[in-house]
Structures are given as C-alpha cells and as structure tokens.
Write a protein that binds this ligand. Structure first.
Ligand code: PDD
Length: 281
C-alpha cells in the first residue's frame, strides 16, 4: 500500500497530498518526470534516470535544486515508509506555482518536487505471458525525447488500445515507421535473430531500460541493430517486445490482431526479460 506521498519537502498521507491549482504542471503540463523500478532493495538504474531527469529539466530551461544524493534518500525513505518490496517511484518536477500565464519569462518560480510510490504485483515477475498491441499514428509534439507530463496523445492512444483489448499502442511516424509505444520502447527480432530498436533520432524517448537491454543482449550474444523499422516489419517479426521501467521486457504476441510468430512468447524475449532482472541482483 502506497500510503505516503512526498510533496515539496514534506511527506503526506495519500489523502492529504495536494498541489496548488496554479501549479504550472497542472495547468500547462509544464513538468517533467521519471519512473524508477525498485526491487529487492535496489533501485534499477537510479543514476541514469536522474541524469535523464536533469536533461529534461535543462531542455525546458529549469532546474531542480536538490542533489542526486538527496533525491535518492527521499526515494529510499518513501519506499521504506510505504513498505514497498517490488514497485516503483514516480518522480515529478513542475516548473512551479504562479498566476496563470503562458510565458514564464521573469516569473520567480521554485520547482515543485512530488514523489509517489507504486506497488507491483509480484506475479509480474514470472515469465510474462505476453500482451496485445495496436498501431496508431504518432500525433505527439516534436520532442518526445524529453520526458514531460504532456501525455495526452499517449493517454488517448493507450485508452484506445485498452478499448480494443490490447495493452499497448505502438506509434507510427508519418512515413509508416515505428517510433515507440505510448509508454515504452519497441523492439523486433527478425528471422535472422537480429534485434532491432529505433535509433535515438529525437523521435523516441532514450529509454533507460532500452539502454540496459543492450547489456543484456551482449551477455546473451544477441546482435542489436539500431535502425527504424516499418509497420510491415513489425507484423512480420519473429518476436516483438516492449521495454520500460514499468513493463521491464514484455513480449507482444499480437499487433493489430495479427499473430507475431506463432503468437506465443518467444525465446529471446524470455531470455532478455530474465537477464534484465538478473543483471541487478
Ligand atoms: N514510461 N517511451 C515512452 C513514451 C515512455 O513513456 C517510456 C517510459 C519509455 C521507456 O523508458 P524507460 O525504459 O526509461 O522507462 C519509452 C514510463 C514508465 C511511464 O510513463 O510510466
């Protein structure tokens, strides 16, 4: 149970945790965030997540006046308070609170840090049985490599997926190439057992899990090619999986109702999922 939430310097019971209506994160989506996985007393890739958080902040021209160490200690304390053994922390930083105005020029703002924990179901640890996905046009803004809370296209896409009995929506750019999932990076294995993931060309989030999967692949002598691939290549892949701090490595069995391979979880997805957890423990 996640009972306590950190808001701007204090720990509140969930029902009492509040942000101001003039918080720019609330009014404009003027905030950035990270999700960090936690298991067996270890935060997965904590430093990389905080590094990306600072990069997002910098890209949007604001700053968080807290050291990495302090952020770590707050997260650790919250995990302890909420008795999480397997879950995640959600870290959000908004630009601050001020009377509503689009421009923040000359506003005296102090960024607001919010941290929320989440419990994962332990059965998620077993071999995932695989999910269904749909494809959709990527209607997001031009900087999806910045991890902001402006997530309406992602929210609508995931909702549409759920309405179609799928768990993830995979975005396609205007040339028909896969960008990424609504909250994950996308991978395909071709018939020569090469693993493809889109290169970091600014049209996807540089996933931290994606980065760690490079290590996992190396340990298993799997070759990764960073190159964009089409919807057709996605349909014809031997295996498809998604990656993120909340889905780890999750196999995709069907895309747009078409079976991927034989429609069952593939060997490489299984191995990479297993290695992903082993690498930290
Ligand atoms: N999302 N692409 C998008 C659009 C994402 O939202 C995410 C993660 C990823 C994977 O990034 P990482 O491996 O660093 O988690 C890729 C988080 C989990 C979320 O929004 O809840």
């Amino acid at each position: 149970m996640s009972n306590f939430i950190y808001v701007d310097g204090q720990y509140y019971r969930k029902d009492n945790a509040r942000v101001f209506v003039n918080d720019r994160g609330y009014q404009f989506g003027d905030s950035v965030y990270e999700v960090v996985l936690f298991r067996n007393n270890i935060f997965y890739d904590f430093e990389d997540h905080i590094h990306r958080l600072r990069r997002s902040l910098k890209s949007l021209d604001f700053n968080l006046n807290k050291s990495d160490k302090v952020l770590f200690l707050i997260c650790k304390y919250l995990i302890k308070l909420n008795k999480i053994s397997f879950g995640s922390v959600y870290i959000q930083v908004s630009r601050g609170v001020f009377d509503r105005d689009h421009s923040f020029n000359k506003m005296k703002l102090s960024p607001v840090l919010v941290i929320i924990t989440k419990n994962n179901k332990t059965d998620f640890l077993r071999n995932a049985t695989g999910i269904n996905a749909i494809t959709l046009n990527d209607t997001r803004w031009k900087y999806p490599d910045i991890k902001t809370t402006q997530l309406l296209p992602n929210v609508l896409a995931k909702t549409e997926a759920n309405r179609k009995n799928a768990e993830e929506a995979i975005f396609l750019d205007d040339k028909g190439f896969v960008t990424e999932g609504s909250s994950s990076n996308v991978w395909i294995l071709d018939n020569n057992d090469n693993l493809f993931t889109r290169n970091l060309d600014g049209s996807i989030l540089p996933g931290i899990t994606r980065k760690t999967i490079f290590e996992c692949a190396k340990l298993n002598q799997i070759k990764i090619i960073e190159k964009k691939f089409t919807q057709k290549e996605l349909y014809n892949a031997k295996e498809v999986f998604i990656s993120s701090a909340s889905s780890f490595v999750t196999p995709v069995n069907r895309v747009d109702n078409k079976k991927i391979g034989n429609g069952e979880v593939g060997f490489f997805s299984k191995i990479l999922r297993k290695t992903y957890f082993e690498i930290f423990e």
